[in-house]
Design a protein around this ligand. Structure first.
Ligand SMILES: [Zn+2]
Length: 79
């Protein structure tokens, strides 16, 4: 099951058990427990971005999916 409390973006997919690098970020909010300005962020790989988005949208949570760029990729260059 998905850990609803894991919020901090760390570069890996937020799907439980998935260790893929994230390529998408999923910003969402639970209107029942979160204030208007409280937005949580999951990260997702290509395989799980739809799963996570559907998981949230099926609960009528506001959800926004945008491309995620790894913060630590700046120094290394393409490999
Ligand atoms: Zn994944």
């Amino acid at each position: 099951m998905i850990g609803l409390s894991s919020a901090a973006p760390q570069g890996g997919c937020s799907r439980a058990g998935c260790r893929e690098a994230a390529t998408w970020r999923v910003d969402w909010r639970n209107p029942r427990i979160h204030a208007e300005d409280r937005v949580k962020t999951w990260l997702a790989c290509d395989e799980h971005v739809e799963f996570l988005r559907d998981f949230l949208s099926s609960r009528s949570f506001p959800v926004r999916v945008t491309a995620f760029e790894q913060a630590d990729a700046a120094g290394g260059g393409p490999s």
